[in-house]
Design a protein around this ligand. Structure first.
Ligand code: SF4
Length: 358
């Protein structure tokens, strides 16, 4: 049986590197788009043929900064997907973007070429914080892009970072109020984490305490006018990111481009995949079930209990801790708000010792 496969296309170029960024991307003034486009199309062709031209319910261009890409390259990549897969009707096609790299004309051209969901890296609503984060744009640039996108017939999301050094719960109240006034249907709120090999890692920053971070997280859940549907994601009902929900629910997806991770289902076997031949190896049932629990439990609606994950979930832990994990009426188990605050520990206890997790 050929399952539908979602497609993630990685665009690894940025105008410059942000101070916190550990993503696979490099600052590049003039990327070689021809080479990039040819490589991506070759990978798409290979996977379409290998998998027997499956349905594609979602396509996600992530980065890096995909909005830097020439629209002509984007069109050719979408055409290659259409030639080698079956793009379903109402396929969600997301483009990640950064303010300052996408004007109204280019946005129009992307939308005319198939983009129906735009994700904007706003990150902060004051210029001092943007500068600290190493962002190249201003709040004004970001609001202009949000405004341009709101005049298009597309779905819109924005990313924000909270928990900067010196941030207090009052700052988060202000941030949430600012986001509410943007009139978004979807946003992502990421806690600032200090990653190795980033400029921030060398700065000895005085980060908010765990208790302050937890207080900020709780404020976001009550102050934003968008309900939380995943640890870091908030949306009005129906505006959730379908691509991510499919991935969190355990659907197959193909990672196209350098460093892009995928999970391929072929010949009744799950494969861990990355980019073009960077990694391709079968996964054990236990390893696959474990990661489905990890991603599924990040969702507020939790994950379906099925025969595969039931085999490895410690139901005694679940039954003993209703304050952390609840069973829903539709056959799922989900973390409570308290459980979400300590999700890593909850998952560790649910999964326990998985033995051969490779
Ligand atoms: S724009 Fe995004 S991917 Fe690029 S350096 Fe900044 S955080 Fe990283």
């Amino acid at each position: 049986m050929v399952l539908p496969h979602n497609i993630y296309v990685h665009v690894p170029f940025c105008v410059s590197k942000c101070n916190y960024c550990a993503f696979f991307s490099r600052a590049c003034v003039a990327p070689d788009w021809n080479t990039y486009e040819n490589n991506i199309i070759a990978e798409i062709t290979k996977w379409g043929q290998t998998l027997g031209h499956p349905d594609v319910p979602t396509i996600f261009f992530g980065g890096g900064t995909p909005s830097l890409m020439p629209v002509a390259s984007f069109r050719k990549i979408i055409q290659a997907i259409a030639d080698n897969f079956h793009i379903v009707q109402n396929c969600e096609i997301t483009l990640e973007s950064n303010p300052g790299t996408l004007d109204r004309n280019k946005l129009d051209a992307f939308c005319d070429s198939g983009v129906n969901r735009l994700s904007v890296g706003v990150q902060a609503l004051d210029d001092r914080r943007l500068k600290f984060l190493g962002r190249r744009h201003t709040v004004r640039d970001a609001l202009q892009l949000l405004d341009a996108a709101q005049h298009k017939n597309i779905r819109l999301s924005a990313d924000f970072i909270y928990g900067l050094p010196g941030d207090t719960p009052d700052d988060i109240v202000q941030l949430c109020d600012g986001i509410n006034s943007c009139g978004l249907g979807h946003c992502s709120m990421y806690e600032l984490t200090i990653e190795e090999n980033t400029p921030f890692a060398t700065m000895n920053l005085d980060m908010p305490s765990n208790d302050d971070m937890a207080a900020m997280y709780t404020i976001i859940g009550t102050r934003l006018n968008l309900p939380r549907y995943e640890v870091s994601n908030y949306a009005v009902c129906g505006a959730e990111c379908k691509h991510n929900m499919n991935v969190w629910d355990g659907a197959p997806y193909i990672g196209i481009g350098p460093g892009a991770a995928g999970r391929i289902f072929m010949d009744d076997t799950w494969y861990e995949q990355m980019g073009n031949d960077e990694l391709f190896r079968p996964m054990s049932d236990t390893a696959r079930a474990t990661e489905r629990i990890i991603t599924g439990m990040r969702q507020v609606r939790g994950m379906m209990l099925d025969k595969d994950n039931k085999k490895i979930i410690n139901m005694d832990f679940v039954d003993a801790h209703p304050e952390l994990v609840t069973k829903t009426h539709d056959g799922r188990i989900a973390a409570t708000l308290r459980g979400m605050l300590v999700l890593d520990d909850v998952i560790l206890n649910m999964v326990g010792d998985t033995g051969d997790a490779k």
